[in-house]
Design a protein around this ligand. Structure first.
Ligand SMILES: Nc1ncnc2c1ncn2[C@@H]1O[C@H](COP(=O)(O)OP(=O)(O)OP(=O)(O)O)[C@@H](O)[C@H]1O
Length: 256
C-alpha cells in the first residue's frame, strides 16, 4: 500500500472512533482568516476578508451572500490556496492527511488535495492549451477512477457532458471559443465528475439560463445526497432557497 493509502487508512480508523464516541468534527473550521492585497502601482492596501470564523460540518451546504467586492471569493480562494492567507487557520479534515491547516499546507499537499479531495467551480474557466472539451472532463474522470478504468471514465465523461447539454459537435473543440455559459457548464462537469469531498462553488450559475440552473441544482442535490460538503457563493437568492443548511452574509470583508 502507498504512503498516502496507509495514511488514509489511519485517518479513517481515527474518524470511525470519533463518530462512535459521538464527536463529529467539522469538515472545515476557519478561524480568524484575514487576507489583504497590496497594489504596488498605486501603493495601496485593499482588504479582501477580515477575521473570518466559519465551521462546516460533514455533508453540510453553506451559502455565502453579499455585495460585489465584499470578500466572498477571497475566502474560497484562500481555502483552495490560489490566495495565500495572511493570518488565521483553515483546518480541513482530509481523507489522506487527517486534520490539515490549508493556510500552512505545502504546495505538494495542496496539489494532491485539489486533485483528489477539493473541487472548485468558478464562474470563469481556466482554459488549458491544446485540450478539447471532452479531454478536460476525461482528465478529471481519470484522476477520480484511475487510468485502468478507461471505459468507465469515457462513459462517465459522455454522461456528464450530455447532462449539461454540451452539444456533441463541441466535444472535440478547444473551449477558448466557447460562450460564457458553455465554458461554465464544462467547468462544472469537470469538477462534479470528481465527486469531491469538499466542493467550493463560486457563483456557479452566474451566466446560465434557467434550464442549466435547474441541472446545476439537480447535481448539487445529488452531491448533497451523497454526503459532499459544499461551500457556495450565490447572488441568485432564489436558487439558494431550500438548498443551504446555513447562510452567511458578507459586508466589507467581514461576515455578519
Ligand atoms: N488579486 C487581487 N489583487 C488586488 N485586490 C484584490 C485581488 N483579489 C481581490 N481583490 C479585492 O478584494 C476585494 C474582495 O474581492 P472578492 O473577489 O473577494 O469579492 P467578491 O465579494 O467575491 O465580489 P464579486 O461578488 O463581485 O465576485 C475587492 O475589493 C477586490 O478588488
Amino acid at each position: 500500500m502507498s504512503a498516502n493509502g496507509q495514511c488514509a487508512q489511519a485517518v479513517q480508523t481515527a474518524r470511525a472512533a470519533q463518530v462512535e464516541q459521538g464527536e463529529q468534527t467539522p469538515m472545515l473550521k476557519i478561524t480568524g482568516l484575514t487576507k489583504s492585497f497590496t497594489i504596488h502601482a498605486v501603493d495601496r492596501r485593499i482588504q479582501g476578508c477580515s477575521n473570518i470564523d466559519l465551521s462546516i460540518m460533514p455533508g453540510e451546504f453553506v451559502g455565502i451572500t453579499g455585495r460585489s467586492g465584499s470578500g466572498k471569493s477571497t475566502i474560497l480562494r484562500c481555502i483552495y490556496r490560489t490566495n495565500l492567507p495572511e493570518s488565521g487557520s483553515i483546518l480541513y479534515d482530509s481523507a489522506a492527511f487527517g486534520r490539515i491547516d490549508l493556510a500552512q499546507a505545502t504546495q505538494r499537499q495542496m496539489i494532491y488535495l485539489r486533485t483528489h479531495e477539493i473541487g472548485y467551480v468558478s464562474q470563469f474557466l481556466s482554459v488549458l492549451p491544446r485540450r478539447n472539451a471532452y479531454d478536460i472532463v476525461m482528465q478529471s474522470a481519470i484522476e477520480t477512477y484511475g487510468c485502468n478504468a478507461q471505459a468507465k471514465c469515457r462513459r462517465e465523461t459522455s454522461a456528464m457532458l450530455r447532462h449539461f447539454d454540451l452539444a456533441e459537435d463541441l466535444w472535440d473543440v478547444y473551449p477558448r471559443t466557447f460562450s460564457g455559459g458553455e465554458k461554465l457548464r464544462l467547468n462544472i462537469a469537470a469538477a462534479m465528475i470528481k465527486q469531491p469531498r469538499l466542493l467550493l462553488l463560486d457563483e456557479p450559475t452566474a451566466s446560465l439560463d434557467n434550464a442549466s440552473k435547474i441541472k446545476v441544482r439537480e447535481l448539487i442535490e445529488r452531491l448533497k445526497g451523497q454526503g459532499t460538503t459544499m461551500l457556495g457563493i450565490f447572488h441568485d437568492l432564489e436558487f439558494m432557497e431550500g438548498l443551504c443548511d446555513k447562510e452567511f452574509n458578507m459586508q466589507e470583508g467581514m461576515m455578519v
